[in-house]
Design a binder for this molecule. Sequence first.
Ligand code: NAP
Length: 392
Amino acid sequence: MNQPVKQHLIDPEICIRCYTCEMTCPIGAIEHDDNNVVVNFDVCNFCMDCIPVCPTGSIDEWRIVDTPYTLEQQFEMDELPEQADIEAAPPSGDENAADPIAALLAEAHKGAGGKAKAPVTASKATVNMYNLGKPAKMKVQGNYRLTDDPDHDVRHIILDPGALPFPVLEGQSVGIIPPGTDTEGKAHLPRLYSISSPRDGERPGYHNISLTVKREQHGMASNYLCDLETGAEVNVTGPFGATFLMPGASDAHLLLICTGTGSAPMRAFTMQRQRSGATGGMTMFFGARTPKSLPYFGPLKKVPASLMTQHLVFSREEGKSREYVQDRIVAEHDAVAELLADSRTHIYICGLRGMEEGVEKALTSIAESMGQQWTSLRDSMRDEGRYHVETY
Ligand code: NAP
């Protein structure tokens, strides 16, 4: 009988196939096939470099096994196997020694990241219907510029799956496979984008989805997408993501914190809430360089204050000092404290990875002023499916 071992796995239901872990792993222990991203047990040395970079926490899965799951078995998984009833072997034969992997993991978790859970009242998401080997072919229905700033081209791109089933929930993402091959002659990996339309389409009853894409100066995929003409065909994977979802409870309050194109899922949430007539309200902190570079600036201005309190903050507005979302959160101390104290509040953070630290600091200072420790409040909110981060 084999000595039981700890195996690192990736949750295929929660993984959004952004491949960040694979690109981060310094020793090539993470790989993918058309279907899943997996960890090679024979190569992984538990360095934990992949843990903090994962936007969803799907990377943080461990099983004690007698025989490690092979790559082939992991490629076939639709969901993670249950932990079998196996006693973990004490490391190096010393029964009192601490688990070294747990200690490394705790160190890797010092940041905001962690294993996300879906809100208890969220609808069940469908994931991974279309993969690299079998992408959904969608037609471009529209490609509209969202920003007036000539140096900041952000697009609203509408895709039509035609007769193909493509069920989505707000907060989910899709992969777009750019045509052609990379410098090694391999097909490009899909680039991940949040869906910015609600579950029943851009207009109620329409079977389509929209994406929010910023043109990056040398970005191969973003330029491909931003230049797409109506009628063009696009290869789409997904949908992905089963945790960054909105609560179904009508009285839940959504605290939305985003930068730039991280506003994509927030648009979907806002539209769904408008359509569903939910009563709990929303508070948004949205950061952009200037009003002219803030995606959806015009439509946002039309969202009534009764539905959403908006804080649009600008970092490069002429004649004004720089303001980031975290600065405004601190300035709105009392309102945010009230939300943190309310068990109906759900927090969503989406956008630049760099914003995470500042937002955490702002929430720490507000929680402390309430006599609470932010990290324990945050962790219990996350456990209750009320704290969601998607930054990359
Ligand atoms: P951006 O225009 O570069 O920045 C938006 C705003 O955030 C600017 O005002 C910027 O200020 C500010 N900012 C910069 N550093 C910050 C920090 N440390 N804390 C708080 N605010 C900060 O944003 P973007 O290029 O649209 O980037 C959006 C990010 O969202 C990307 O990383 C993207 O991968 C991610 N995302 C996109 C999607 C999608 O569907 N497209 C979905 C999820 C996440 P300054 O530039 O003036 O410093």
